[in-house]
Design a protein around this ligand. Structure first.
Ligand SMILES: [Zn+2]
Length: 473
C-alpha cells in the first residue's frame, strides 16, 4: 500500500478510508511506477461494440475536463508527456482525432453538447441565458431509462440555476476538502475553493454505495481551467503555458486514481467512460489569451476519448471530424437508447465501425460549427456572433473587432497551427464555406424563446472569481 499512487498523492484519503475500514487494497506489482494501470478488463473486438446495445447493465462515467485543448495531450501528438493515463485509456479505446467544441465558453458549449444542438439554436448564448425546461437533456433520457443520475461539478456556468440540473437525481458542487498546501493554484484570478480531488473523493464515495442500479455519473473537473497542480506534476516549467501543462498532468493523475477505483469497485467491465472538454485555451497565438473570446482552433479543438467496458486490442482512431453535438447521440447508440430526435448532432458509431473494419468512412454530415456571441458577458449589448465553419482540414472563421468584420480561411493540411489566412487566394473555398453559415444564424431557436434570469452580484462575483469579466455594460 505504501507504494500505491493513491497513497502518495492522497494520504488523507487513504487514512480516512482505512480508519472506517472500507478500503480494500488490491496489491498490484505495477502500481506506483506511474506508467501502468491496474486494468484487468477483458479484451473485446469491434463486434463487441455493437453488442453493447443489448446489455442491460451498462453505466456511464462522463468526465468533462474544463478548458482542455486536444493538442496538449500526448495521444493527440503533443511532445510533452502531459497525459500518460489518458493516453493509456485511448490506447485501448476510441480516440476522435479531430473533435470540435461548438463554443469556446462553458455554458454555450455545454448547452450544445447536452442537447445536440448548435449554439445559435439552443438559445444559450449570453451570461444570463438558461437551458429551457423544454430541452431534452441526456440525464432526463437516462433517468427515464432507469439510471441513477448524478452530476458533480465545479464550474458555476453549469449550475442548476442555469437549467443544467434537468434529469439529475443529485446535482451538486463537491464538498471542498480544503486545499492542501502542496497543491498550487496559479491562475491569477483564482480565489480558491477546492480542487478536483474533491470531485474524485465524491466519485469514490458514490461508487462505494452503489448497488445493482445502473448509473450515469457526470464529473465536471476544473483544475486545468484553474491551472492547479502539485509538486509531482510540476514537470514543465513556470511560464503560463507550462503551468497549463502541469495542470493537465495533475488532472491526468487524478483521473488515473479515479479509474483505479472504478476497477477496484468492480465496475471495469460494465462502465463506458467518456472523456472530453467544453473548449480549449489560447496562448496568444493571435492576440488572445484564455477562452470565450473567439472560436479559432486553439479554443475549439478538444479531446474526445471513449473507453469501452473492455479493452480493444488496438486503439481506434477516428480521423474524420466529430463534434460536441455528436457525443450524446454516440453514447445513446452504444447504450441502445434513443435520444432526442431532430437535433443537429449524429451518432459517430458508423465512423467507429468503419475504422474498425478498415472501410472508408460512411457518408455523413461532418461540417462542424463553432459559435460565440462575443458580447456574451455584457448587459444591454447586441449579440455579436463570431462563428467558425470546419470542413475537413479547412476552417473559415468570421469575427469582429469593434464593428469591423474579420474573415479568415485556414487549411490545416498545410498549416497545422492555422496562422496563414488564405482568404485572398482561395476565394472559391471561401465562398463555399461562407455559404454554409449564411442564413443559419437566423434559424429558429430549438426550444422557443430565450429564457433568462436575473443573476445577483454574489453569483456574478463567483463567476468573476473563476476568471470571467461578466455582467458589465
Ligand atoms: Zn469551460
Amino acid at each position: 500500500m505504501s507504494n500505491s499512487t493513491l497513497d502518495k498523492r492522497w494520504p488523507w484519503l487513504v487514512a480516512a478510508l482505512a480508519i472506517i475500514g472500507l478500503y480494500v487494497v488490491t496489491m498490484d506489482p505495477d502500481a506506483g511506477d506511474g506508467n501502468s494501470v491496474a486494468n484487468p478488463r477483458q479484451l473485446g473486438s469491434i463486434d463487441d461494440i455493437s453488442a453493447l446495445a443489448e446489455r442491460e447493465d451498462l453505466n456511464v462515467l462522463f468526465i468533462l475536463i474544463d478548458t482542455l485543448r486536444s493538442d496538449h495531450l500526448g495521444s493527440y501528438g503533443y511532445e510533452r508527456d502531459t497525459s500518460p493515463f489518458l493516453d493509456e485509456l485511448a490506447e485501448n479505446g476510441i480516440l476522435f482525432k479531430r473533435h470540435l467544441s461548438q463554443s469556446s465558453w462553458t455554458k454555450a458549449s455545454m448547452a450544445s453538447m447536452w442537447t445536440g444542438i448548435n449554439p445559435w439554436r439552443t438559445g444559450v448564448t449570453s451570461f444570463d441565458h438558461i437551458v429551457p425546461e423544454s430541452a431534452e437533456m441526456p440525464a432526463e433520457t437516462l433517468k427515464d431509462a432507469g439510471y441513477r443520475t448524478v452530476g458533480i461539478w465545479r464550474n458555476g456556468w453549469v449550475a442548476p440555476t442555469f437549467g443544467f440540473e434537468q434529469g439529475f437525481d443529485v446535482y451538486n458542487r463537491p464538498r471542498p476538502l480544503g486545499l492542501r498546501r502542496e497543491v498550487l493554484a496559479k491562475k491569477p484570478t483564482l480565489k480558491g475553493g477546492g480542487n478536483d480531488e474533491d470531485i474524485a473523493a465524491s466519485m469514490i464515495e458514490f461508487l462505494r454505495v452503489q448497488n445493482d442500479e445502473k448509473w450515469f455519473l457526470y464529473l465536471h473537473m476544473m483544475d486545468v481551467h484553474e491551472y492547479t497542480y502539485d509538486d509531482i506534476s510540476a514537470l514543465f516549467g513556470s511560464e503560463y503555458m507550462d503551468i497549463y501543462d502541469n495542470s493537465i498532468r495533475w488532472v491526468d493523475g487524478t483521473i488515473r486514481i479515479m479509474f483505479e477505483h472504478l476497477i477496484d469497485q468492480g465496475f471495469g467491465d460494465n462502465t463506458i467512460v467518456v472523456v472530453t472538454s467544453d473548449h480549449g485555451e489560447a496562448f496568444n497565438e493571435r492576440g488572445f489569451e484564455g477562452h470565450g473570446r473567439r472560436v479559432y482552433k486553439e479554443t475549439t479543438e478538444v479531446p474526445l476519448i471513449v473507453s469501452l467496458p473492455f479493452k480493444l486490442e488496438q486503439r481506434l482512431v477516428v480521423e474524420t471530424r466529430s463534434r460536441g453535438i455528436d457525443v450524446w447521440p454516440t453514447v445513446f447508440e452504444l447504450l441502445g437508447l434513443s435520444g432526442p430526435e431532430e437535433i443537429d448532432g449524429r451518432s459517430l458509431i458508423p465512423d467507429v465501425m468503419a475504422v474498425g473494419r478498415g472501410e472508408a468512412p460512411p457518408e455523413a454530415d461532418r461540417i462542424g460549427y463553432s459559435h460565440l456571441n462575443q458580447n456574451w458577458g455584457r448587459r444591454e449589448a447586441e449579440p455579436q456572433q463570431t462563428v467558425a465553419v470546419s470542413d475537413g482540414p479547412l476552417r473559415y472563421v468570421r469575427s469582429f473587432i469593434g464593428s469591423q468584420k474579420i474573415e479568415d480561411l485556414f487549411d490545416a493540411s498545410t498549416d497545422d497551427a492555422e496562422l496563414q489566412t488564405l482568404t485572398a487566394t482561395e476565394t472559391e473555398t471561401l465562398d463555399r464555406l461562407r455559404a454554409l453559415i449564411d442564413g443559419r444564424l437566423e434559424q429558429n431557436l430549438a426550444f422557443g424563446e430565450h429564457e433568462t434570469r436575473e443573476i445577483g452580484e454574489l453569483e456574478l462575483n463567483q463567476l468573476r472569481a473563476i476568471g470571467y469579466d461578466v455582467g458589465g455594460k
